[in-house]
Design a protein around this ligand. Structure first.
Ligand code: NAD
Length: 481
């Protein structure tokens, strides 16, 4: 059986504990690998390696860092098929989605930040004729990078690429549920010629390996993507050490469809935003609000399209809905389906484990795409992040009501608005409490824009120069003239 080891100082190493955790394929429930059960000792070794590598790496010219990052991107591209397959096996996501989204984005993350550093500028402020101020942007040292299981390679590379492009070294802690592509990435990073210690990967549970990283005194910066509760724990441990922290957390995103929307686009895109990756994308729109005059028509079309989605073996290129990441997670999602009914909601479609799955995946953690009606915004199913193939649908009667509904949770990550009325679109977008608002689209990402959440969906912004600002310290130098 394959053993996934830590990657420290350019070498794959067994965990200090000598223990391994099972790595399970969600589509089958079978153990496909063993993963290093890393903890504080491994994090210490990785931080020491990263600290040793820092001086050399920060002094490596930007042009050379850029060349090495571009080489990583090329190697990801050269191993495209293998990475897509590993991602699908490891997380339960359809391989078609891994090919369309996860792996291309990992390549782009490296290319984007490799080239961004070639164009970086800094600012100067003249104080009349008395002084010249200029801003130095310097790397901080060892960046702690913690990522979740839903977009494993996509989000890990979204952190590693800007961190090291900016001249930091790094210790990454991927999700213990999906270690496979991080393991391959480590090998590709070595093959690309990135010096030992610049990127280290420690596997293991969040409570041991993750916590050790957030609480490590020699890690001045933490970039974390994951659940809101975990984000609070990260803050608790990083706060007293005054670390720079970026938190990309959970969402409960509204998808607002006005009566003048183009349903030819709104329906299929809402299917994507509801059920892509089994609803396990932080940006999924899990609360549909539809203006009353078109509520019935929208619902009919939406339900028909939901029922047409192909659930099946994630490795089958035709599959549109794969398996949920774990048995425990499926139980949690099913708990919300039961709760919806207790709260007075109606399950319009889905809610069950699918029958007639292909032989290979009968033991997997599948759940039918589920649509729930009849619940108002105060209900837990419209307040809490379910993170599965479950959406609620609610009618509304005015833009003000839609805005109030949309803003009624403690989350504020993203939102979609569907309308042909440009003024209304701008007005509603400005009023929504969301870090990102999409108008007549969903998940259209430009890597230059600020990305992050409001309220309990996060702290800070990443993306483009915001990422490079986060991964550097601004220092003002004031020279008297
Ligand atoms: P999680 O919070 O359970 O775990 C995320 C990572 O943190 C994992 O690597 C985990 O091992 C680690 N971790 C767990 N406990 C820790 C601790 N005490 N200290 C340090 N690290 C710890 O999240 P998950 O279940 O892997 O991912 C799903 C969540 O991530 C959802 O809430 C989703 O909305 C969110 N998410 C947010 C974004 C975004 O950009 N805002 C993107 C993707 C996912």
């Amino acid at each position: 059986m394959k053993r996934i080891l830590n990657f420290i100082d350019g070498q794959f190493r067994p965990p200090a504990s000598g223990r391994y955790l099972p790595n399970v394929e969600p589509a089958t429930g079978r153990v496909i690998a063993e993963i290093a059960d890393g903890g504080p000792e491994d994090v210490d070794a990785a931080v020491a390696a990263a600290s040793r590598a820092f001086e050399g790496w920060r002094r490596t010219p930007a042009e050379e860092r850029s060349r090495l990052l571009l080489r990583v991107a090329d190697l990801i591209e050269a191993n495209f098929d293998e990475l897509a397959r590993l991602e699908s096996e490891d997380s339960g996501k359809p391989i078609a989605l891994a090919r369309r989204m996860d792996v291309p984005r990992a390549i782009l993350n490296f290319r984007f930040f490799a080239t961004a550093i070639l164009h970086a500028e800094t600012s100067a402020h003249m104080t009349d004729d008395r002084a010249l101020n200029y801003t130095l942007r310097q790397p901080l040292g060892v960046a702690g990078l913690i990522s979740p299981w839903n977009l494993p390679l996509y989000l890990l590379t979204w952190k590693i690429a800007p961190a090291i492009a900016a001249g930091n070294t790094s210790v990454a802690k991927p999700s213990e549920l999906t270690p496979m592509t991080a393991d391959r990435l480590a090998a590709l990073i070595a093959e690309a010629g990135i010096p030992p210690g610049v990127v280290n990967v420690v596997h293991g549970p969040g409570a041991s390996a993750g916590r050790a990283l957030t609480a490590h005194p020699k890690v001045p910066l933490i970039s974390f993507t994951g659940g809101t509760k975990t984000g609070a724990d990260v803050m608790t441990h990083a706060g007293p050490l005054f670390k720079k922290v970026s938190l990309e957390l959970g969402g409960k995103n509204p998808n607002v469809v006005f009566a003048d929307a183009d349903l030819e686009q709104a329906v299929p895109t809402s299917i994507q935003s509801s059920f892509s990756n089994q609803g396990e994308i932080c940006l999924c729109g899990s609360r549909l609000f539809v203006e009353r005059p078109i509520y019935d028509e929208f619902l009919d079309r939406f339900l028909a399209a939901t029922r047409r989605l192909r659930i099946g073996d994630p490795l089958d290129p035709a599959t549109e809905v794969g398996a949920l990441v774990s048995d425990a997670h499926r139980s949690k999602v099913e708990g919300y389906v039961a709760l919806a009914q207790e709260e007075g909601g109606r399950i319009l479609t889905g809610g069950k484990r699918p029958a007639n799955l292909p032989e290979r995946v009968r033991g997997g953690w599948f759940l039918e795409p589920t649509v729930i009606a009849g619940l108002d915004c105060s209900k837990r199913c419209l307040q809490e992040e379910i993170f599965g193939p479950v959406v609620t649908i609610t009618p509304f009667d005015s833009p003000e009501e839609a805005i109030a509904y949309a803003n009624s949770t403690r989350y504020g990550l993203s939102a979609s608005v569907w309308t042909r009325d440009l003024q209304k679109a701008h007005r509603v977008a400005a009023a929504l409490e969301s870090g990102t608002v999409w108008v007549n689209t969903w998940l259209l990402r430009d890597l230059r824009v600020p990305f992050g959440g409001m309220k309990e969906s996060g702290v800070g912004r990443e993306g483009g120069f915001d990422s490079l600002a986060f991964f550097t310290e601004a220092k003002n130098v004031c020279v008297k003239l």
